[in-house]
Design a protein around this ligand. Structure first.
Ligand SMILES: Cc1ncc(COP(=O)(O)O)c(C=O)c1O
Length: 354
């Protein structure tokens, strides 16, 4: 599903040279070069590189002072970290439903689930797609709710020239293997325009250390080689995006005639297509096709239905749309190195199965 083994073969010389260069130097952990490049790409004042997107989200909440008893609104259709970071700070995740066509958080559900304890919202740009969220942002401003942009899946996407990662009070990115730009050992970034918040996250990733240990942090520093790999791949972001869009266009055109739904993408969205997903008519059809394609499901249940939430305090809307999407969704391989032959084979299997 990710294709980085193929990318390695195309760039083997570069990676071997990088490795040799790093191994011949004194050990160092300075990743300023990557932070400078990320903040330039996104157009934010500060970027702090950490070890995962999960750490970036967790540190985002700590730096904004979210604490036990606070409530944080969150999508019920996302990767688990979008919500588990809320429980990690002892606050209560409040699960909201999503729109059936875009898979993005739904304003009605946000309004319904908002209470006088709501301090923040974590909003994921799911699968790289971006929707108009002016009304959600206005609502948050009115209610003094901190808007945390979970851009982990959307590096390279934009809506009307507004890049994913510049919209919220702060934003987060992930470099795990299924992302548009990946490290060899994952990774994450926290972005903000507030120097104070950036400084807090810098301390948190270093066991809370400044002059002495000021905060309860952990070791979330990135390995230098990993940072160099991410930095090299970052230069190819546009090239990889174009290839993902080309594959998405192929699927869009060829699947049109089949009884399949696809995620609605606004004409104004330059979607990086971190994933290309389809929706089938019911769970049985989806499971059958998933088996035949040996494809993956993102995600098979709403976050609130995971067993960990039996033991953790949370609140949830009834989230009918999230449930419907989870029952019918399927991800098709769409990384930049999927060949035309492979795309045709995938299409063939879908056509034969429906
Ligand atoms: C939407 C979203 N948020 C957060 C994360 C967490 O990132 P990481 O795997 O780097 O911890 C992911 C990763 O899959 C994600 O897709």
């Amino acid at each position: 599903m990710n294709g980085w083994d193929r990318e390695y073969l195309q760039n083997k010389e570069v990676y071997l040279k990088l490795f040799d260069n790093i191994m011949s130097r004194e050990q160092e952990t300075n990743v300023d070069f990557l932070e400078n490049n990320i903040k330039k790409v996104i157009n934010r004042k500060y970027a702090v590189i950490v070890n995962s997107g999960t750490d970036a989200l967790h540190f985002a909440l700590i730096s904004h002072g979210i604490k036990p008893n606070d409530e944080v609104l969150v999508s019920n259709f996302s990767w688990i970290s979008t919500a588990s970071c809320i429980s990690m700070v002892g606050a209560t995740p409040v699960f909201c439903d999503v729109e059936l066509n875009t898979y993005h958080m739904c304003l009605d559900s946000i309004k319904k689930m908002c209470s006088n304890k709501t301090r923040a919202i974590i909003y994921p740009h799911l699968f790289g797609n971006m929707s108009y969220i002016k009304d959600i942002l206005l609502f948050c401003k009115e209610k003094n709710i901190i808007f945390i942009e979970d851009s982990c899946q959307a590096l390279g996407s934009s809506l009307n020239d507004l890049k994913a990662g510049v919209i919220g009070d702060c934003s987060t990115f992930s470099f795990n293997a299924n992302k548009v730009i990946a490290g060899i050992a994952g990774g994450g970034a926290f972005l903000t325009d507030c120097e104070k918040k950036a400084d807090i996250v810098k301390k948190l990733r270093r066991m809370g250390k400044n002059k002495d240990f000021e905060l309860l942090g952990r070791n979330s520093k990135m390995l230098l080689f990993n940072a160099e790999v991410i930095n090299f791949r970052l230069q190819k972001l546009n090239e990889y995006k174009k290839q993902r869009q080309k594959i998405a266009n192929f699927y869009n055109t060829s699947l049109k005639k089949l009884p399949i739904k696809i995620q609605s993408v606004s004409n104004d969205c330059d979607n990086v297509y971190q994933r290309y997903t389809i929706r089938l008519k019911d769970k049985k059809t989806r499971d059958f096709l998933c088996d035949r394609l040996k494809a993956n499901i993102h995600y098979d249940k709403p976050l609130s239905e995971n067993s960990m939430y039996k033991n953790i305090q949370y609140k949830s809307d009834d989230c009918k749309n999230a449930k419907t999407i989870c029952d019918t969704i399927l991800s098709l391989p769409n990384h930049p190195w999927v060949t035309i032959d492979e795309q045709n084979k995938i299409l063939n299997i879908i056509e034969m199965s429906l």
